[in-house]
Write a protein that binds this ligand. Structure first.
Ligand code: IPM
Ligand code: MN
Length: 356
């Protein structure tokens, strides 16, 4: 039997709770489709940091490199100053494991409420390919005369030809494989103001597009992108963009697909170790209450299965998610599902076992 070695980082807040439900569903899929999971938990996150002062213990990154994938809950703790855990854990893993793609599907499932009037599942089905290792996220910059009236703060956006090209190429390849009739890649940028960074992106985009004559290309400024995502989400198939814009537009994407309870993502290194996570965060106020919606974590598990080369199991998990959402969950928001976190996990795992 095939067995996948998976590193599990429950992390902070509701992370461990949703990860437990994701794993429940993954185990059910393994039994049904004949693969095993060799899981190793890693104690990383805000609690550990507060206890030991250690953000990411020495050697962790090297150890993580030995796994086939990482399943992550959430990073972020109300007792820790913003930035320490985010940069010290999440971003460090993305960078050091060179997970240069952040793949974020925006798909409205039937039965899920969207705040967009007159839009339904046929209109909201696209993916955002977010560059995940460059841009404003590299930590390049610094202060001058900090704390004085003459203070200067500089934070530089780093854009490399290699970084833009591998991201854009991934977007085109993904578009080719994706089950959509539109076959279109939209570059989301800001060529009218960021005339260096997005000049590089735009030239790279057109160069790469030549290798994909069957795929249509489009361009939208980031501000217009947010407008079209609300007004005409059906225009989009694959959106490719830089790290910062990708961060922003995928929160909007999560909202139009029904909220943080459902939005999943993958930090991908196609040549290395990838990491799958619900994109919502640690939701401290719901921690330990069995009220958080684990669907996003279950969806992250589905993405992980697909990525590991178990597409049939991934499709079965998606069918189970869709059935539970359509027939059983009252709402996608925490505390409003009509059942608890672990009951949602049981339900979806049950559907996978039954072969829905
Ligand atoms: C995300 C999050 C992270 C990001 C934070 C927690 C650093 O918002 O995954 O979108 O900005 O990338
Ligand atoms: Mn974000």
């Amino acid at each position: 039997m095939k067995t996948y070695k998976i590193a599990v980082i429950g992390g902070d807040g509701t992370g461990p709770e949703v990860v437990a439900e994701g794993l429940k569903v993954l185990r059910a899929a393994g039994e049904k489709f004949g693969f095993g999971l060799d899981l190793k938990p890693f104690d990383i996150g805000g609690e550990r940091y507060l206890k030991t002062g250690e953000v990411l213990p020495e050697g962790t990154v090297d150890e993580l490199k030995k796994f086939q994938a990482i399943f992550l809950g959430a990073i972020g703790h109300p007792g820790v100053k913003p930035g320490i855990l985010e940069k010290g854990i999440l971003l460090r893993l993305r960078f050091e494991l060179d997970q240069y793609i952040n793949l974020r599907p925006v798909k409205l499932y039937p039965g899920v409420d969207t705040p967009l009037k007159d839009k339904g599942p046929e209109d909201i089905d696209f993916v955002v390919v977010r560059e995940n290792t460059e841009g404003l996220y590299t930590g390049s910059g610094g202060f001058l005369k900090k704390g004085t009236p003459d203070e200067v703060a500089i934070q530089t956006s780093i854009n490399t030809r290699k970084g833009a090209e591998r991201c854009i190429r991934f977007a085109f390849d993904y578009c080719k494989k994706r089950n959509s009739k539109k076959k279109k890649v939209t570059l989301c940028g800001k060529t009218n103001v960021l005339t260096f960074a997005f000049d590089l992106w735009e030239r790279t985009f057109h160069d790469v597009a030549k290798d994909y004559p069957d795929i249509a290309t489009d361009y939208a400024h980031v501000d217009a992108t947010t407008m079209w995502m609300v007004k005409n989400p059906e225009w989009f198939d694959v959106i490719v963009t830089d790290n910062m814009f990708g961060d922003i537009i995928t929160d909007l994407g999560a909202m139009i697909q029904g909220g943080m309870g459902i939005a999943a993502g993958g930090n991908l290194n196609p040549q290395g170790v990838s990491m799958f996570e619900p994109i919502g965060g640690s939701a401290p106020k719901y921690t330990g209450k069995n009220v958080i919606n684990p669907m996003a974590a279950i969806g992250a598990g589905q993405m992980m299965l697909d990525y590991l080369g178990e597409p049939a199991a991934a499709a079965a998990v998606e069918r189970a998610i869709m059935k539970a959402i359509k027939d059983d969950l009252k709402d996608m928001a925490a505390g409003k599902m009509g059942m608890g976190t672990s009951e949602v996990g049981d339900l979806v795992a049950g559907y996978v076992s039954k072969g829905i």
